[in-house]
Write a protein that binds this ligand. Structure first.
Ligand SMILES: [Zn+2]
Ligand SMILES: [Zn+2]
Length: 278
């Protein structure tokens, strides 16, 4: 089994441009946005665009890929108009994934904004039930840092969503920064093995399909979502050593969403992850 690690890369200039960007940073799997992450627009790809992307993946041996949904979607909202918009957006992203041969669409479950935890989860489950998930695509709920009324902070809550829906093609993406923010201990060996045990018991390892690797600028349990370079935050090298050498995760695609604004980019972070592999 080959180790799969890559980065979230831009599709600016066309989907196939992502392949080249991935190569440059040394990744062999990855993530893209289907449109602009801070708007409702989902790009419509031409047959040609899609074919070039699929061909590029095949030629370079890259994959699987994930489409990260826009940050605006909220399937837990009590507001009907926002819920409809959110469903519409994820539906388009699911179709874009099918067209591009992308295996996963990952989204943040959302915030109930006052309607309550139970109502929020019910809203999410029924919204996901209404989606058409193409056979070739799996929809992933991402764990969250848990700030405010955000749902999906605990593995147990994610299981309620995954098992609540009548859809078959669903699963979970675990983000290390979010798990750390939610209070899970990744950085010590003992804490990490407890976390794996909690995933086993509360979520089911079989439901975990993709990992997002990000260090955290904040303390464990802070509920803050500020990504940091691998090894430079509060999860630290030992945390990622625990993770990338864990047998239970070794077949999963690992995607980095580390900062890209300073002199250190994805390449350095991917190299660091590779170094931490025994
Ligand atoms: Zn995310
Ligand atoms: Zn993430």
């Amino acid at each position: 089994m080959s180790f799969k690690v890559g980065a979230h890369v831009s599709v600016a200039g066309g989907a196939e441009k992502a392949i080249e960007r991935q190569k440059e940073v040394g990744g062999n799997c990855g993530q893209i946005f289907a449109g602009s992450p801070r708007t409702w627009s989902v790009k419509e790809y031409s047959e040609e665009d899609a074919e070039r992307f699929i061909q590029g993946c095949n030629d370079s041996g890259q994959g699987p890929y994930t489409i990260h949904s826009t940050y605006l979607v909220n399937l837990a909202t009590p507001k009907d108009d926002l819920l409809e918009k959110s469903k519409d957006c994820i539906q388009k992203e699911l179709y874009a994934a099918e067209q591009l041969g992308v295996e996963y669409v990952v989204f943040h479950p959302g915030a109930h904004t006052g309607s309550g935890r139970e109502a929020g989860i019910e809203t999410i489950v029924s919204a996901v039930d209404d989606l058409v998930i193409p056979d070739s695509v799996t929809l992933l709920f991402e764990n969250t840092a848990g700030k405010g009324t955000t749902l999906g902070k605990s593995f147990g809550e994610l299981r309620e969503m995954v098992e609540g829906t009548s859809q078959d093609n669903v699963g979970v993406c675990i983000d290390t920064c979010h798990a750390h923010a939610a209070g899970y201990d990744i950085s010590s060996e003992e804490g990490f093995s407890d976390m794996v045990q909690e995933i086993r018991e509360d979520l089911g390892l079989e439901n975990v399909k993709v990992l997002h690797l990000n260090d955290s600028k904040d303390e464990r349990g802070s509920e803050k979502d500020n990504h940091e370079h691998i090894g430079e935050g509060n999860i630290g090298d030992q945390g990622f050593r625990n993770l990338v050498n864990a047998e239970v995760f070794e077949s999963l695609p690992m995607v980095l969403e580390t900062p890209n604004s300073d002199d250190k980019g994805y390449k350095e972070n991917i190299d660091r992850i590779k170094e931490l592999r025994n």
